[in-house]
Design a binder for this molecule. Sequence first.
Ligand code: CP
Ligand code: NVA
Length: 317
Amino acid sequence: PLRTIQKDLLSLASVPRESVQALLLLAARLKDMQRRGKPHAWLAGRTIGLLFQKASTRTRVSFEVGMNQLGGQALFLPIGDIQLSRGESIADTARVLSRYLDGLVIRTYDQTIVEEWAREATVPVINGLTDLHHPCQALSDLLTIQEKKGRLKALRLAYVGDGNNMTNSLIEAAVKVGMSVSCGCPKGYQPDSTVVEQARQEAAKTGSAIELSDDPEVAVKDADIVYTDVWISMGQEREQARRLKAFSDYQVNERLMKRARPDAIVMHCLPAHRGEEISAKVLDGPQSVVLDQAENRLHMQKAILVELVRPLGRAQT
Ligand code: CP
Ligand code: NVA
């Protein structure tokens, strides 16, 4: 399992290709077991903590329900409710919580904060979204794409809009499985340059490509998957006016979809803003797979937990 290679899941760049494949297989197996009502209480007696500094619907509920279905428990610990908000350090909090809990899911702002949690905690730390990455979402999106397209290799994913945490993690995920990514993002809103540079090195090995453009029509041409996300991410509320202007020509709508392959699927991690990054017609239309995408968060979270959290009776090292 992944935990023999690394303790934490902070981003996908460091995750070996074989581990991504293993997670996809395990998630599909867990989904099938849950559908058929087969018990899989593999983490009985284990408890994880969810330390969230930003709002969440899907990530929180899928981790809580997932842990429950695995026979364990999850504690929701909003940062504002614990002593951390009154000045207790991350180091002290992480060390103390490691004495009670078997894993931590952190949703926060800067990537360096989740890295600090991982350094200080002796239990696995999972990135539940930072400003730079959203690895759990990108992994579950691979599962959705595989289900819908029957494969991952050599597919073309077009990402339109803000080159944000979602874009960075999708790029890192895609190159692990030989999928190409073509971004159509305005100048100044391209995905993280370090992420792109590293991913291009990996892409050279898996035979895929990362293309950047500021033209959504170029990005979407012949795409198998058209992906978008909000223009204003959590924490960027003050930039609203500037962002709405910068992205006004970057909406995923029926006109843009004509450029993609006729059998292309439309993806969005949600929450969505109909009429901004995506038209209601496309989001709610026949090409959209957003609800399956949301469901697959559950199955992939369970796979991640099984891979990283030690089952009861296995000593911590
Ligand atoms: N897609 C996603 O992470 O949703 P939440 O913010 O609701 O967790
Ligand atoms: N880019 C969005 C994703 C939300 C799941 C944000 O960071 O707010």
